[in-house]
Design a protein around this ligand. Sequence first.
Ligand SMILES: Cc1cc2ncn([C@H]3O[C@H](COP(=O)(O)O)[C@@H](O)[C@H]3O)c2cc1C
Ligand SMILES: O=C(O)c1cccnc1
Length: 338
Amino acid sequence: MSHFPTPAAFRTALAALPVADATARAAAQRRQDQLTKPAGSLGRLEAIAVFIAGWQGRERPRIERARAAIFAGNHGFTVHGVSAFPASVTAQMVANFEAGGAAINALSGAAGMELSVTAIDLDTPTADFTTGPAMSEAECLAALEAGAAAVTPDLDLIAVGEMGIGNSTAAAALCARSFGGAVADWVGPGTGVDAEGIGRKVAVIERALALHGDAADDPFETLRRLGGREIAAIAGAVVRARQLGVPVVLDGFISCAALAPLAEAAPGITAHCIAGHCSTEPGHRRLLDHLGLEPLLSLGMRLGECSGAAVAVGVIRSALAAHDRMATFDEAAVSGAL
Ligand SMILES: Cc1cc2ncn([C@H]3O[C@H](COP(=O)(O)O)[C@@H](O)[C@H]3O)c2cc1C
Ligand SMILES: O=C(O)c1cccnc1
């Protein structure tokens, strides 16, 4: 069964995003207020527990089954020299994920998460978006669906990440198109290009924005023209997770950029999402501000592949452990505030 069989179905899904369970949230907040600590003293950990309670619909949320989902795709515009690495690295890194040798293998393992890797048509890069839309409608729908398929109702939480050489350029293009501002404000070194490389990225994006400037201001159309398969898959996964009530942890600049084209049509799209971290890619902080997200961690990471989100899941586990295991003032016979 296809979750988003047509562009119209995707738009309909965006217009009908479910909300959190207010009863479970309120129960979790009441529990927080009774635990043996001065109110608010666990800071953001308290808010995280209440947040997950609302999306899981449980006073005492849990993480028994969590998935780090990586999506991979290749990009036609890489012929313009926008990455410090060759496009062949995308498939090589997918093989590395499958063999267990990448950072995300170690970090998802440390966070007690299973890892899923969805490589989407790596042998067929998207079309070069400086000369036409990156994807056909059918290709973009297939990518959304690949994302939706990675989310299953048995999950307590999902983290989303990406692999796709060149995709920091696609991400910057999506941000510039969705939120405006100077293209240069959204462009950074990615894998480590120098100032000339950054100049090439800006020029490529400006050409793409000029070419697609008259296209409909529509989430699907923007993803299809300026995004990539792995980026559209993340958008599909985030929307599907919302439908299933599965909270999402977002990774870095590129993963978050998948939501940029959705934000105007569906301003509440990030309501079930936690920004796992703030990457050093300069556009990420700006993007998080536009999405209304405060990142959990800031560790100077700039890898992608779900790595920052996986580290954040360790913090989320701590939040839920405190929420679940602490005694209340009554249980522990500790006096409450005067
Ligand atoms: C070995 C290696 C592993 C990676 N894992 C994630 N990325 C990250 O780098 C890419 C984005 O940067 P750019 O736009 O400059 O190509 C994406 O694939 C991203 O996930 C990697 C990049 C490399 C080289
Ligand atoms: O912010 C990220 O996730 C990122 C930054 C640079 C390269 N790849 C990913």
